[in-house]
Design a protein around this ligand. Structure first.
Ligand SMILES: Nc1ncnc2c1ncn2[C@@H]1O[C@H](COP(=O)(O)OP(=O)(O)OP(=O)(O)O)[C@@H](O)[C@H]1O
Length: 476
């Protein structure tokens, strides 16, 4: 995930880092904060990002009073602290050796993992924010869940603006979309050093646009974005429902398209499921190649665990690798978080990780990762996808625009929650258990017959709708 609104808090982030450095002796600061922790600020909340649940507990215990006091000094008496585990930070903190390989050498060093990326200075090439490198396609483990997207990304890196344009990659949380985008960016810069390649999030695009409006600098904003050779934009689902920004983005794409420039986009869902976007923008997203990245299968998860353990120099048995791969199935981010935990355990004990160590060490993390799905989670995801109000979903209305989402909601509620038929019926508008059973039966039949569901103006394969919803519900 690439939270973009941190840009707003940049001066505060710097002030907080400076203040923390001032309060600690340099060795301690280096040990616990420099490159191992980062801060972001939104309104009066300072989020402290650390690399693993272990480190989080440690930093909380050691530094919470100090960090709270610093937050209040910088932001005022109402300042609050929040905490976040960012698995990439551990990887990056240990990643101080230069990588071998040409593209690694060509790359400037980035600042932070999930920071908002800054507008490129001058020439148009995005400066990677420091603290880590952009992800590398060579370290992206390929399997049936992502092989088409990898192939397309490699193709774009070799022949930008050619056949695969735009490339639109979509999938659930933490399945590797940003990694693919960054890997593409790196390869493009290596293969075409003279090209203007720009990588940023849709949220950053929106922030820059708003800033340009405010400061009356739209011409230079447009000059920057409309004259690149390749534009890579992460999380374009952010634009869904944001009319003014959407229009600016559309015009940017139109200009790039007219000039034969390459566009690569990522999002959490298929373009057709971005129901609040204009048809014109959606049809542009669909015009090239659309690739879905699924949650990785068991073999891919094992390969990822193995790779990360190797990178982190964490000795681990085959059975322990399997144990981890079997337990953390939702997102690769969780999987990497688990290996980071095991790495910390190994650093503390020096022992090789076996199944028993893995089981004991990951118990807490595992409990946190197993998301208990509630009926309200199902309701929220369905309402969001179909653009239906919660009151309508629970109403007596029988129009297809609400009865179909309601039917899917009941089906998913049965699949993903522990609730009984009667409870589900009650929740979705005081219906009886027979209604839920009938809804379940109908959806099963639709799936078996490869039927379609109407979303906005489009008929959509019901199995795709269900898997999109399921992934969104499971990953929150
Ligand atoms: N197939 C893979 N091989 C190796 N690492 C992977 C793979 N997939 C994901 N990762 C790693 O998992 C972490 C999360 O991936 P990434 O940030 O790219 O996910 P995402 O799909 O963009 O998620 P979000 O929607 O939350 O932004 C990153 O550290 C990334 O390098």
């Amino acid at each position: 995930m690439l939270p973009g609104n941190e840009l707003n808090g940049r001066p505060h982030v710097d002030a907080i880092a400076r203040e923390v450095a001032k309060q600690l002796d340099p060795r301690r600061y280096e040990q616990w904060f420099s490159r191992k922790t980062r801060f972001s600020v939104q309104d009066d909340c300072v989020t402290v990002h650390v690399g693993s649940p272990y480190l989080l507990t440690w930093v909380q215990k050691q530094f919470e009073p100090l960090l709270g006091q610093v937050a209040r000094t910088v932001l005022g008496p109402g300042a609050r602290l929040a905490w976040n585990v960012d698995a990439d930070l551990v990887m990056n903190a240990g990643n101080s050796q230069p990588e071998s390989g040409d593209d690694a050498k060509a790359e400037p060093r980035p600042v932070q993992t999930s920071v908002a990326r800054k507008l490129p200075a001058g020439g148009g090439n995005a400066r990677p924010p420091g603290g880590r490198r952009y992800a590398d396609l060579r370290q992206f483990v390929t399997g049936p869940s992502n092989d088409m997207a990898v192939l397309a990304a490699r193709q774009v890196s070799e022949a930008p603006g050619d056949q695969i344009n735009p490339l639109y990659i979509h999938g659930g949380v933490g399945v590797g979309k940003s990694h693919l985008l960054e890997g593409t960016y790196r390869l493009l810069r290596r293969n075409f050093p003279r090209c203007q390649v720009l990588l940023l999030t849709a949220e950053n695009f929106a922030n820059f646009f708003t800033q340009a409006l405010r400061e009356k600098t739209l011409p230079s904003f447009r000059q920057r974005f409309r004259n690149v050779d390749v534009l890579l934009v992460d999380d374009v689902d952010f634009l869904n429902g944001k009319k003014g920004i959407e229009e600016e983005f559309l015009n940017t794409l139109k200009k790039l398209e007219a000039d034969g420039k390459q566009i690569v986009l990522t999002a959490d869902r298929h373009p057709r499921l971005l129901t609040k976007l204009s048809e014109e923008l959606v049809s542009r997203f669909l015009a090239g190649v659309v690739c879905r990245v699924e949650a990785p299968d068991a073999a891919t998860r094992k390969a990822i665990v193995k790779q990360v353990a190797l990178q982190r120099h964490t000795p681990i048995t085959e059975r322990a690798i399997e144990f981890v791969a079997d337990r953390f199935t939702n997102s690769v981010r969780e999987l990497i978080g688990a290996v980071n935990c095991l790495h910390t355990y190994h650093t503390m004990t020096g022992s090789r990780i076996g199944v028993a160590d893995a089981r004991n060490t990951l118990r807490r993390l595992e409990r946190d990762c197993i998301r208990v799905v509630r009926l309200a989670d199902v309701e929220r995801a369905v309402c969001r996808l179909f653009g239906v109000a919660s009151d309508d979903l629970k109403s007596a209305r029988r129009a297809r625009a609400v009865s179909q989402p309601r039917m899917l909601a009941m089906y998913l509620a049965r699949r993903l929650t522990q609730s009984a038929y009667g409870e589900i019926g009650q929740f979705f508008g005081g219906r009886n258990h027979a209604t839920v059973i009938a809804a379940e039966r109908k959806v099963r039949k639709l799936v078996d017959e490869q039927g379609a569901i109407q979303i906005a103006s489009e008929a959509w394969p019901v199995s795709d709708v269900l898997s999109t919803l399921e992934q969104q519900i499971k990953t929150g």
